[in-house]
Design a binder for this molecule. Sequence first.
Ligand code: BEZ
Length: 235
Amino acid sequence: MENTQTNAMPRIGDKAPEFKAVTTQGEINFPADYSGSWVILFSHPADFTPVCTSEFMTFASMEAQFAKANTKLVGLSVDGLYSHIAWLRTIKEKIEYKGMKNVEVNFPLIEDITMSVAGKYGMMMPGESSTKAVRAVFFIDPKGIIRTIIYYPLSLGRNFQELYRVVVGLQTADAFSVALPADWQPGDDVIVPTAGSCGVAKQRMESKEEMKCYDWFFCTKKLDKEKVLSTILKK
Ligand code: BEZ
């Protein structure tokens, strides 16, 4: 029989699959416990491995930065709780890496020895490994909808500046009803939706808003960095 645990693959726009789990911070009921916040739910292949350690130290060092953008972190691997606890203690007590030391991981790390959560989220990719989750990253909005998914293989650590850019970008696109061009960063021009009707086109021509159009389907406008950051980041 086909192993559906490894094959289920939630998609962008789906409701985040529900689960209850034991974590290093107690039990969680996902995504209900996170209603009203953005969440990054991510998997790592295994405790006590080097790439994962570098990632956890980076994530933990950026936790406050993500929190300011109303974003909580939840990690997962198919290891057990005592392994998680021992690994996080080792990180705090022993590892100094790239200027990070004494790093405490305060966000929950899910134990998933049965692979039930990993299965629901398509984190097991047998072609890569049948015993370890790949590096999956799910960005889930305050209503529990999956908004972005990024997967990395076992051998490549994630780019955390990009993960943060995704959080800020999704929130900016929502708050200002715009789309964001390649490599967008706060302060860069944003894309205004193509006018779908004469009414919208007329309104746009009459508005004082300055736009730059590269063609009829590709127009941008300025969006102040301060306006973006003051809308998205908590005071
Ligand atoms: C690592 O995090 O270093 C790692 C984990 C599993 C396989 C390969 C590398």
